[in-house]
Design a protein around this ligand. Structure first.
Ligand code: GAR
Length: 205
């Protein structure tokens, strides 16, 4: 069975969507551990309520030392049986960049969700970027993590039309609703070994 490690920094609504899909038996995976880099992340309570083990590894103590932080993350993952062989690491609103060593260690086993149609609008405030650019469509992307920022091979995308009346908050809410469908879907495809990676290209099925 696939062992999942979910990394969060805040609200944890994507994590919740994944955990609930597992509980409903839509994803054949074991939610092994939720790790937060912030002690006040609201997602920690949600995970605990859903009966999933949590750990806090505060990142502010590691400012300027990503490698050491990532090594500690890897230790927690391995301790909870999320390994390079049978694990999947889901970044779910985890607001830290993963360093190249950890990316290499879990090659094609770390996935991320980003609230835009990548490669447009990577980085912070993706919803605001799309709105201010005047894009007509945006959405969300689930992708493998490589050593760049929001640049790894794309697994799934869902589109959202931008309306004239949209504010960042209203648009973000509509994107988030799609995220909650897309992320569990991507984890399910991974758990079923339906994702094939060939360079940047991904085939499903
Ligand atoms: C989500 O909108 C996610 O796409 C975004 O943070 C939010 C986390 O919400 N991630 C990024 O912007 C990463 N670059 P959540 O904690 O409720 O899942």
């Amino acid at each position: 069975m696939l062992n999942l490690g979910i990394l969060i920094s805040g609200r944890g609504s994507n994590m919740e969507a994944i955990l609930k899909s597992i509980q409903k038996k839509k994803i054949p995976a074991n939610p092994a551990i939720v790790i937060s880099n912030r002690p006040d992340a609201r997602g920690l309570d949600i995970a605990q309520r859903l009966g999933v083990k949590t750990e806090i590894l505060e990142s502010r103590n590691f400012d300027g030392n990503r490698k050491e932080y990532d090594e500690k993350i890897a230790k927690i993952l391995v301790k909870n049986k999320v390994t390079q062989r049978n694990g999947l690491v889901c970044l779910a609103g985890f607001m830290r960049i993963i360093g190249p060593e950890l990316v290499r260690k879990y090659k094609n086993r770390i996935i991320n969700i980003h609230p835009s149609l990548l490669p447009s609008f990577p980085g912070l405030d993706a919803q605001r970027q799309a709105l201010e650019y005047g894009a007509r469509y945006t959405g969300c992307t689930i992708h493998f993590v490589d050593s760049g920022v929001d640049s790894g091979p794309i697994i799934l995308q869902k589109t959202v039309e931008i309306k004239k009346t949209d504010t960042v908050e209203v648009l973000s809410r509509r994107i988030l609703a799609k995220e909650h469908v897309a992320y569990p879907e991507a984890v399910r495809l991974f758990a079923l070994k339906k994702i094939k990676v060939s360079g940047r290209r991904i085939t499903i099925g």
